[in-house]
Design a binder for this molecule. Structure first.
Ligand code: MEV
Length: 346
């Protein structure tokens, strides 16, 4: 009697993080925003094991593992090291979105690595969800078009975090710089092609609140002062629209001015902190053409624009002196991709 060998499939998929140039928070209420994918990625490596469980490891976040199980067509978190819990919830939500035929899926071990700090507002959650969806759809031989992948990833993020405009997952799927807008019924995104690479300096400081909490904080402010907050959102949308032309013309002076205006408007929403303001001021003091908080705020990252790449490195030092951690990142045209796959399934 011959021995039947079953070849277990493996795949690695990666997706980029993002920096929001303009429009954060207002984008949740339908205003346009500009978001750029960055050269830091989250990679999800999946190796089928053939048993009934999914074991997740994430060495950058903590030791130990999370265990996920497939039940009634949905992937549920069974147990987790506390530090891996959020990532494990995002992975299980992402997997649940791609499991049209759960019986096709075998257990697997998953390893997640990140080239950027987790929870810094650089879209690591979105990148994790997108890379997980890309990895499992490749493993299951399901082709997803861009729009579908954005929508599935947005649903997964939404189910865990309770709010998501879809902007971060869009940047992660398509890469490059995009003008993004979410209306009541649809998501629209359009590639922007800046003529030259932007010399940016980005610094990071730990966050006080996560994205969902910060989005709630803004929603509560809007409940109390609706006309004021809606007027701030309108202005943020105006800044995004003006920035589109400035980006097309590579008009750095104008972009810097718009970034300063944007920081003022986000501060007016109550989401800046002393640490963020200190980094913004330090960047401006070191010659930045403009600086703003980027992402949800309440800590996280500051983005500043320099006249040249040399000057951006000087701003890095100023950010460090102000208590920030310079990230030396740049924008990237590369969206989600499957890095390697051995997909002979039997
Ligand atoms: C977070 O990167 C951006 C926010 O606008 C939230 C969202 O768009 O879902 C604060």
């Amino acid at each position: 009697m011959g021995v039947r060998l079953t070849r277990l499939a493996s795949v690695a998929a990666s997706a980029p993080g993002k920096v929001t140039l303009f429009g954060e928070h207002a984008v949740v209420y339908g205003q346009p925003a500009i978001v750029g994918a960055i050269n830091r990625r989250v990679t999800v490596s999946i190796q089928e094991t053939g048993d009934a469980t999914f074991r997740l490891r994430m060495p950058d976040v903590g030791e130990g593992e999370a265990i996920l199980r497939l039940r009634n067509g949905e992937v549920k978190l069974q147990s987790s090291e506390p530090r891996l819990r959020m990532a494990a919830l995002l992975v299980s939500a992402a997997m649940s979105q791609v499991l049209q035929e759960p019986e096709k899926l075998r257990g697997a071990s998953l390893r997640v690595t990140s080239e950027m700090p987790v929870g810094a507002g650089l879209g690591t959650s979105a990148a994790l969800v997108v890379a997980t969806i890309a990895g499992f759809s490749s493993l299951l031989d399901e082709k997803l078009d861009t729009k579908t992948m954005v929508e599935l990833a947005r649903r997964a993020e939404l189910s865990v975090q309770g709010s998501s405009s879809g902007m971060d997952v869009c940047a992660s799927v398509v890469g490059g710089m995009n003008l993004f807008r979410r209306t009541r019924s649809s998501i629209q995104f359009k590639k922007l092609q800046p003529r030259e690479a932007l010399p940016v300096a980005v610094g990071f400081t730990p966050r006080i609140l996560d994205t969902a909490q910060t989005v709630r904080k803004v929603a509560e402010f809007r409940k109390r002062k609706r006309a004021l907050v809606d007027a701030i959102f309108e202005c943020i949308g105006l800044v995004s629209n003006r920035a589109v032309q400035a980006l097309r013309d590579s008009d750095l002076e104008s972009l810097g001015e718009l970034m300063n205006a944007s920081h003022g408007l986000l501060s007016a929403l109550g989401i800046s902190t002393r640490e963020l303001d200190e980094m913004v001021n330090a960047a401006r003091g070191a010659g930045a053409l403009g600086a703003k908080l980027t992402g949800a705020g309440m800590g996280g990252c500051v983005m500043s624009l320099a006249q040249s790449f040399d000057k951006a490195r000087k701003i890095d030092r100023a950010l460090e002196l102000a208590g920030g951690h310079p990230l030396k990142l740049s924008f990237s045209p590369v969206g989600v991709r499957v890095e390697e796959a051995t997909s002979e399934r039997m």
